[in-house]
Design a protein around this ligand. Structure first.
Ligand code: ATP
Ligand code: MG
Length: 223
């Protein structure tokens, strides 16, 4: 019997750096479970609970959700997939969140997407999202088969309320001040792997090759 090691990874990068797109490819190729903080928050907002209202007001102002709320949401979801390999996307985004995660799980790798801010500004304003699944399209480089509709379900795509130019600027600012220090946290632990570029399709082969080296023993889906 071959023992399969559990593999735990985080993907980081500024808003709109392609975390959602790259995560989709990673889970398809390597069969990890995917947990996206943004998707979890948007699901709570759609449920129109009191918590959802609080979350929406933070997000629409380009601010981060408070650490205690965020860490509680994510760690409780992670507990439900204790026996699985996973990829976390969008969490941690502050040093305090990284410490909360570190207290419970040790990570095998942290993939950092290093994309220039200027590229991101352009990208986010041409982004369309399928809210129920989190699938994202870009009218410039990754358009849906039928404009305005999701490839898998045929359901309508929307532009996120927080993808306006002003809010994008605030989100990038929050990234600089609150999230960049997390990179240092992981660099000092020796798990940070940075991939630089302006196009997801060019960055992806490097990430794929890296992960093939990194997790040969994990159950990889047949290519
Ligand atoms: P992308 O779509 O490329 O992932 P993004 O990372 O900015 O861009 P989401 O991850 O969807 O977008 O997050 C949207 C918003 O949700 C953030 O701008 C922030 O307000 C909030 N948010 C998401 N994750 C966290 C977190 N870990 N801590 C605090 N707030 C968060
Ligand atoms: Mg996201």
């Amino acid at each position: 019997m071959v023992l399969q090691k559990i593999f735990r990874a985080v993907i980081m990068g500024p808003p709109g750096s392609g975390k959602g797109t790259v995560s989709g490819r990673i889970i398809k190729t390597f069969g990890l479970k995917h947990l996206s903080s943004g998707d979890i928050l948007r699901a709570n907002i759609n449920a129109k609970t009191d918590l959802g209202l609080l979350l929406k007001s933070c997000i629409d102002q380009g601010q981060l959700v408070p650490d205690d709320v965020m860490s509680r949401l994510i760690l409780s979801d992670l507990r439900a997939m204790d026996q699985s390999s996973w990829l976390l996307d969008g969490f941690p985004r502050t040093v305090s969140q990284a410490e909360a995660l570190d207290a419970v799980y040790s990570l095998d790798t942290v993939i950092n997407l290093d994309v220039p801010f200027q590229t991101i500004q352009q990208r986010l304003t041409s982004r369309w999202t399928h809210l129920p699944s989190g699938r994202v399209y870009n009218t410039d480089f990754n358009p849906p088969k039928v404009p305005g509709f999701d490839n898998m379900t045929g359901e309508p795509l929307v532009q996120r309320d927080d993808d306006t130019p002003h809010t994008v600027t605030l989100r990038l600012k929050a990234y600089e001040t609150q999230t960049e220090p997390v990179l240092e946290f992981y660099r000092s632990k020796g798990v940070l792997e940075t991939f630089s570029g302006t196009e997801t399709n060019k960055i992806w082969p490097h990430i794929e090759a890296f992960l093939h080296r990194k997790l040969p023993s994990v159950n990889q889906k047949a290519a």
